[in-house]
Design a protein around this ligand. Structure first.
Ligand code: PLP
Length: 426
């Protein structure tokens, strides 16, 4: 069988495909595994009870069932879109109409569309997506239908205290480099994109940083895409002050995944009407219409703001507690080693830096896998950067904190033991 160049690109054995395969196999195996690698959100019982009660009501409502079973328009479930328009206008006063929202089958599906809309081959040459703060979400990496069109720059690493303790750092956007990038002035950037909070680091770009990115997008008349998968107002896994803004230059991407419904594959894009029309047209070709299951469950929860209560009273506190617990465990393991943790400002991961580590964290990943503990090594997250010439890209790992305490205890103990030995051997 011969595959087209599109086929070859989308079937090649990328590093991340291999990692995801490992994660899937580990979950399916009967060997005990400390799963600190995946991106699945936690199962939070109190939240699931609300979803279950909502599902029971839907099952007993013939009209809800019938409309869920039919195709929607390519833009998505009209009732959910109308509810979202009210929801965002009520909370943020953005003045949205139904022309400003389109649904996708998960936000991953949305990023596939957006990155191919705004990067690749144009009449005036090639354009890339600018990722202002490496490291970034690994799921973006292979989304372009041809080649790879990402550009990023290494972050400024600021060593800081957190809760009065040393041993933390925070990435900052290197604006001196960013604002003087020749690719921006030469028209080689099609859009700017950042996740906020960031997967993998849990960094939250400050309001000042966002305002500067917004100015840059406006100066070059390109969209600013904000990936809000972990942000406000749902699931609101965000532990710092952060304002959420929208205007017609901004494309805001939301997801129902991290409130605990990843399997419903529901992404929400808030954008100007041109982008909404473009994404709807792509939906028609790729999916006919987006899945309505998540929309049907979510509609009543957005209509009465239950989603905000669930986020603020259950989801955010759960991850704040897990972050604190995992940090305590990491500190116990590494108090005398040059190991630092990215300030946990949000999302469902910790990003740990083994400074001057004698081996790459990709090798560390292999050793830990043998011992039944799964993490994700850092190099895959530095998209758009020449990682061969950037040692820091090989010195970090991403740990999921969505697991129960026992998994965190066992997994972090294994990491501690292995890492200590490797530092000692030099
Ligand atoms: N963006 C970020 C930052 C993510 O972490 C994820 C999933 O882990 C996604 C987007 C994709 O989410 P989904 O396609 O489940 O909505």
């Amino acid at each position: 069988m011969k595959f087209s160049s599109f086929g070859k690109k989308f079937t090649k054995n990328s590093g991340i495909l291999q990692l995801m395969d490992d994660l899937g196999k580990a979950l399916a195996s009967d060997k005990p595994i400390n799963m600190l690698g995946g991106g699945n959100p936690a199962v939070i019982r109190s939240v699931n009870t609300v979803f279950q009660d909502t599902l029971i009501k839907i099952a007993n409502d013939r009209h809800a069932l019938e409309s869920m079973a039919n195709y929607s328009t390519p833009q998505g479930d009209a009732k959910f879109i109308a509810t979202l328009v009210d929801f965002f206008n009520r909370h943020y006063g953005w003045g949205l109409t139904a022309d400003n929202i389109v649904l996708t089958n998960g936000s991953q599906n949305g990023f596939f569309y957006l990155f191919n809309l705004f990067a690749g081959h144009f009449d005036d040459g090639e354009k890339a997506i600018l990722l202002p703060l490496a490291s970034e979400y690994v799921g973006y990496a292979d989304t372009h239908i041809d080649d790879t069109h990402f550009l990023s720059i290494p972050p400024i690493i600021e060593e800081i205290n957190h809760d009065g303790e040393e041993g933390f750092f925070k990435y900052r956007v290197d604006f001196d480099k960013l604002e003087n990038l020749p690719e921006l002035t030469n028209g080689k950037i099609g859009a700017i994109c950042c996740s906020r909070p960031t997967n993998p680091t849990g960094n939250v770009l400050t309001d000042k940083e966002m305002a500067r990115l917004d100015r840059l997008a406006k100066k070059y008349n390109i969209p600013l895409i904000i990936d809000n998968a972990y942000g406000a107002p749902f699931p609101n896994i965000i532990h710092t002050q952060a304002t959420l803004n929208w205007d017609t230059q901004t494309i805001l991407c939301f997801s129902l995944s991290k409130i605990g419904l990843p399997g419903t594959r529901t992404g929400i894009i808030v954008a100007n009407s041109d982008v909404v029309r473009a994404v709807s047209a792509m939906n028609a070709i790729v999916n006919l219409s987006p899945v309505r299951f998540g929309a049907t469950i979510a509609t009543p929860l957005f209509a009465d703001d239950s989603i905000v209560r669930l986020s603020n009273e259950h989801i955010r506190p759960f991850y704040a507690k897990q972050a604190q617990f995992a940090i305590k465990l990491l500190k116990e393991q590494f108090c005398d080693l040059p190991v630092k943790i990215h300030k946990p400002e949000g999302a469902i991961f910790l990003w740990v830096w083994f400074e001057n580590f004698p081996i790459s964290t990709t090798k560390l990943y292999e050793i830990l896998k043998e011992k039944g503990t799964l993490i994700i090594p850092s190099e895959h997250f530095f998209l758009g950067i020449d990682t061969d010439n950037y040692p820091h890209a090989h010195e970090c790992i991403r740990l999921s904190i969505a697991q129960d305490d026992d998994t965190l205890i066992k997994g972090i103990a294994t990491i501690g033991e292995v890492v200590r030995k490797i530092y000692q051997q030099g």
